[in-house]
Design a protein around this ligand. Structure first.
Ligand SMILES: [Fe+2]
Ligand SMILES: [Fe+2]
Length: 161
């Protein structure tokens, strides 16, 4: 009996050691490596979205094999490459962390990126692009506000008020 308990404690200690090491490693990455992970994740996410559009096109043209090839590669980009890099980078945090990050990203798109893009496109006469940027910007406002509202709820629950 004593041996069994001892073995159980040892097993638990080993699990904690391994998990602790993995966690510690993911937080000790060099800034350059983190930057490279971010660049890589943007590339993988873009490839995923792009390959799905390519697959859609191939399928509509009746090229099933090409569509399947793009879909298969897209899955690897998203569910292996992106997911593994995100894990390494510690991308996903608590719901509150994730909501704060989302508000920050959407706010940047609303206040800076799409605002600037729409103005620049309008200034050079690319009206369709200017209109599209502005329309997308309005959607991002909706995302920002929905994330903000959800964050408020999460924070009020955590704060107990
Ligand atoms: Fe990839
Ligand atoms: Fe958005």
């Amino acid at each position: 009996m004593k041996t069994k308990v001892g073995l159980l404690i040892l097993a638990v200690a080993v699990v904690f050691f391994v998990v602790g090491r993995t966690t510690a490693q993911s937080h000790a990455l060099n800034q350059k490596t983190l930057d490279n992970l971010s660049t890589a994740m943007h590339g993988e996410a873009f490839a995923y979205a792009k390959y799905l559009l390519y697959a859609e096109h191939a399928r509509q043209a009746g090229n099933k094999d090409i569509a399947a090839l793009f879909e298969k590669a897209a899955k690897v980009e998203r569910f292996q490459h992106f997911a593994e890099e995100a894990q390494l980078a510690g991308l996903v945090g608590s719901d509150a962390d994730n909501l704060r990050d989302a508000v920050k990203g959407e706010s940047y798109e609303v206040d800076t990126m799409y605002l600037g893009f729409a103005r620049e496109a309008a200034a050079v006469g690319d009206k369709a692009a200017a209109d599209r940027f502005e329309e997308v910007r309005q959607d991002e406002m909706g995302h920002r506000d929905a994330f903000k509202a959800a964050l408020k709820v999460v924070e009020s629950k955590a704060g107990g008020n």
